[in-house]
Ligand binder design. Structure first.
Ligand code: ATP
Ligand code: ZN
Length: 283
């Protein structure tokens, strides 16, 4: 049985549960309890505060944990980062009051910076050769300059609206973060196997999300040119249409090049282009 720790409630909770579900792992019930067992896969899911997850994975209370990379790095526990999960994206940034003139990182010299990420901030400042006073607080970092507790802050940002409403501007990015799968370094053989199966599923879900299945009608004289812009998994499927001189072409296109490919296909005379989401993709 593989014990997975996820955040009890908060920004990573929904996406963690959703990912497990997309991996076909059915959980008995919600997050009202400390743990729940999946009934169709040998995992047990534990619900913890995100800050505690690296320690619990290190101690073996859980075998693996889904946690923000920011928390993983800040805690500095000797556990493995196994997989980047692709949700919970944010940045750890330094922000100063809007009215402050800010040109270079040296403008932080001698300032008092409030943060809950003192170890990551210290590492960043040392790297940049800046001496600043780090003031560690446990929450509501964004109000620190407004109440005279600090000159600047270092906190997590995604849209930047919290900074904006607190009269702050983002001036340095300390770290770009996303949720990661961490694991204890001494997993049993059995749990290594389960983790491998879980990773195969996570990978299939993630790859599927980054790709679309497309179907299009193509005049036969353009088939060669169209196939050239459609790599597909191996090569595109080509099926003749009932109408003489036309074929249906089917393929998989990566999200990154998707619009580019669609434009090329249209220019080459493709018609009736259908784009279909893929649920799982195993390469
Ligand atoms: P807990 O009660 O578990 O300690 P928390 O308040 O510390 O919760 P959340 O605010 O729910 O934590 O954030 C959890 C994680 O979500 C962060 O550590 C970070 O990795 C990620 N995250 C993504 N976007 C943001 C954001 N805009 N602000 C804060 N965290 C974010
Ligand atoms: Zn937390």
């Amino acid at each position: 049985m593989l014990k997975i720790a996820i955040q009890k409630s908060g920004r990573l909770y929904e996406d963690s549960i959703k990912l497990l579900k997309e991996c076909g792992i059915e959980l008995n019930n919600g997050n009202k309890q400390l743990k729940t067992v999946a009934y169709n896969f040998p995992v047990e899911v534990y619900f913890f505060r995100d800050d505690d997850i690296p320690q619990y994975v290190y101690d073996g209370v859980a075998d693996v944990g889904f946690v923000g990379e920011n928390v993983f790095l800040e805690k500095g526990k000797d556990i493995d980062l196994v997989y980047r999960l692709g949700f919970g994206r944010c940045r750890l940034s330094i922000a100063v009051p809007k009215s402050m003139t800010y040109n270079t990182i040296n403008d932080l010299e001698g300032l008092k910076i409030a943060t809950t990420y003192s170890s990551l901030l210290q590492r960043f400042l040392t790297e940049k050769n800046v001496n600043a006073e780090i003031h560690e607080i446990s929450g509501s970092v964004e109000i620190a300059p407004g109440i005279g507790l600090a000159d600047a802050i270092c906190d997590l940002v995604s849209s930047g609206s919290t900074l904006f409403t607190n009269g702050l501007k983002e001036v340095e990015v300390v770290l770009k973060s996303e949720a990661v799968l961490t694991a204890n370094k001494n997993l049993s053989e059995e749990n290594k196997n389960i983790l491998e199966k879980l990773l195969l599923r996570i990978n299939a879900v993630k790859t599927a999300k980054n790709n679309k299945y497309i179907l299009l009608n193509v005049p036969n004289h353009q088939l060669k040119n169209i196939i050239a812009v459609l790599p597909g998994m191996k090569s595109p499927t080509v099926v003749p249409l009932a109408e003489e001189g036309w074929s249906s072409v089917q393929s998989v296109v990566n999200e990154n090049v998707f619009w580019d490919v669609i434009e090329k296909l249209k220019r080459l005379g493709a018609e009736g282009i259908l784009v279909v989401p893929i649920e799982k993709m195993i390469i």
